[in-house]
Design a protein around this ligand. Structure first.
Ligand SMILES: Cc1ncc(COP(=O)(O)O)c(C=O)c1O
Ligand code: FES
Length: 532
């Protein structure tokens, strides 16, 4: 007898093959002691599967971006917009020789060999039909061409240090960074003085948890923090560090739909609780927590409320005042802004005090020292401005695409959505395909950029702790895939993905003896697996 169902699955030659595949891909050896058949080779050798040989037809069609903010210029072709930006860039900098032809057209051999041409090619092939369809919007989003446009001058002429008070170079970049700060504040209903720029949501989460805990823990009166088991790693890891410093942390379980139990939250609050940290939208399953109710509970108990808003800001309407949020982490690259920049909202009334985790020149109200990066700040601001202006439009589009995707995926037998099917952000669709190993499916879908968002993340072969917290079995967690729909996803891409998923799930299931048993009507639970 095997000791667990997962082990029993791994003992079956074909179903367990993916471990070899994923281990081989990563050079990992954790699964190697198990009896395995390589899916990788199986997939490579089969005529059913030729993932990248034939680029998806939809990829060759250019994407048209309909601008809600400029209805008079109703349709902006994204390819053209990007190329136009690139052309402007080349014209401004004179970086490339005059005979360069833009990507998508022929390049002369010497130009193709130049490093700059390679970079340009990489930067633009996203719409040239040569790379997988991008469906991983929770990991990151492409920079909106309009954001890039806003950033470019700050790499060249406008290079002043925004903290220089004595000359125009400083004044002009300071003005731009303050304008950006307002765009960010506007998006979440805050005052611009409450926005602290950071390097991203990871830093903001560290700053919020460690900052509040250390400031209020100093007196010895506030030694407790509450968070949930489904937070992003950077929140969980910050909490673990605080435990090492002597703080007590409650990691609240969630219900099977991924939502926190408010009664349990209330019951877990203590007079010495300094902070409650609960994310707005979950990055793996898209579930939206009841922010307003959580905020009310925290305010009533005079406990600060922090939320990781990395997957929510710019995607759903947010009002920090309505929700009684005291601190909020924001990331630029999740909303079509540049990477390496984010912000932390820190409430001024009632004032939240934090111990800075980075000390130095005292920038950002002394809460985060270091020279601001104006190109990034301006790009982030522009991304927020666009997100606010086009939120209705984007939401409707993404909702439509999400409905189409979910309906198609769930029409396959033995599939189910992970997380609450009502309270979730539609751009994050997490589906479990029973009797298919998620990593195998990802490998079979190389023409689509996806993530399991769960099983066997690159560093470990453990199933997703988020799905486990929902009560999913190891097998179910291992058979889950996250589909991330974004601003630039098209309907034809969704249709391509649906067709590809259906084909390859069917193919993989046909390889599985378990599936055969299920088809024969055998109840798998009734089987007693024996050791080979
Ligand atoms: C929920 C959540 N929090 C935090 C982060 C980290 O954000 P950043 O990349 O800006 O540090 C991410 C992104 O992976 C996220 O999804
Ligand atoms: S793929 Fe082998 S344990 Fe998940």
């Amino acid at each position: 007898m095997l000791h667990s169902k997962t082990e029993s699955l791994h003992a079956l030659p074909i179903f367990s093959m993916s471990c070899t595949a994923s281990a081989a891909v990563r050079g990992a050896s954790r699964c190697s002691s198990r009896r395995l058949v390589s899916t990788h080779n199986l997939l490579r050798n089969t005529s059913h599967y030729a993932p990248c040989a034939t680029p998806p037809a939809t990829r060759t069609s250019s994407r048209t971006y309909v601008s809600a903010s400029k209805p008079d210029k109703a349709q902006v072709n994204v390819d053209t917009a990007i190329k136009a930006d690139q052309r402007a860039f080349i014209n401004q900098t004179g970086n490339l020789p005059g005979n360069v032809k833009m990507p998508g057209t022929e390049m002369s051999a010497d130009v193709m060999m130049s490093p700059a041409a390679g970079i340009l090619k990489q930067a633009t092939v996203m719409d040239q039909g040569k790379r997988p369809i991008y469906l991983d919007a929770q990991a990151t989003t492409p920079t909106d061409p309009r954001v890039l446009d806003a950033m470019l001058p700050f790499f060249t002429g406008l290079y002043g240090n925004p903290h220089s008070r004595t000359h125009a170079y400083g004044w002009e970049t300071e003005k731009a960074t303050e304008q950006a700060r307002e765009h960010i504040a506007n998006l979440i209903g805050a005052d611009s003085k409450e926005i602290i720029f950071t390097s991203g949501a990871t830093e903001s989460n560290n700053m919020s948890l460690k900052g509040v805990a250390r400031f209020f823990g100093r007196s010895g009166k506030k030694k407790h923090i509450i968070t949930t088991q489904t937070e992003h790693k950077c929140v969980l890891d910050s909490a673990r560090h605080l435990q090492d410093e002597g703080f007590e942390v409650t990691y609240l379980p969630v219900q099977s739909n991924g939502i926190v139990d408010l009664n349990l939250l209330e019951a877990s609050l203590r007079p010495d609780t300094a902070l409650v940290s609960i994310m707005t939208v979950n990055n793996e399953i898209g579930v939206i927590q009841p922010m307003k109710e959580i905020g009310q509970i925290c305010r009533k108990n005079k406990t600060f409320f922090h939320t990781d808003g990395a997957q929510a800001v710019g995607k759903i309407p947010i009002s920090v005042d309505d929700w009684n949020v005291d601190l909020m982490s924001i990331s630029s690259h999740k909303i079509y802004g540049p990477k390496g920049i984010g912000a932390c909202y820190v409430r001024r009334r009632p004032r939240v005090r934090i111990d800075p985790i980075i000390s130095g020149g005292g920038q950002e109200r002394g809460l985060r020292s270091g020279t601001l990066a104006p190109p990034l700040v301006v790009g982030f601001g522009e991304a927020c401005r666009i997100a606010k202006e086009e939120m209705d439009y984007d939401s409707q589009r993404i909702q439509r695409l999400s409905d189409r995707l979910l309906k198609g995926l769930l029409s396959l037998e033995h599939t189910s959505q992970n997380g609450d099917s009502e309270r979730f952000y539609p751009g994050c669709v997490n589906v479990s395909f029973a009797y298919v190993e998620g990593e195998s499916l990802l490998m079979a879908l190389k023409d689509i950029a996806l993530s399991s968002g769960s099983a066997c993340t690159s560093a470990s072969l453990e199933p997703s702790y988020v799905l486990r917290a929902l009560g999913s079995s190891d097998e179910s967690a291992h058979s889950s895939i996250r589909f991330g729909i974004g601003r630039f996803t098209t309907e034809s891409e969704i249709d391509y993905v649906l067709k590809a998923v259906k084909e390859r799930v069917t193919f993989l299931r046909e390889l599985s003896p378990l599936w055969e048993l299920v088809q024969d009507g055998v109840a798998l639970d009734s089987i007693e697996w024996s050791q080979h």
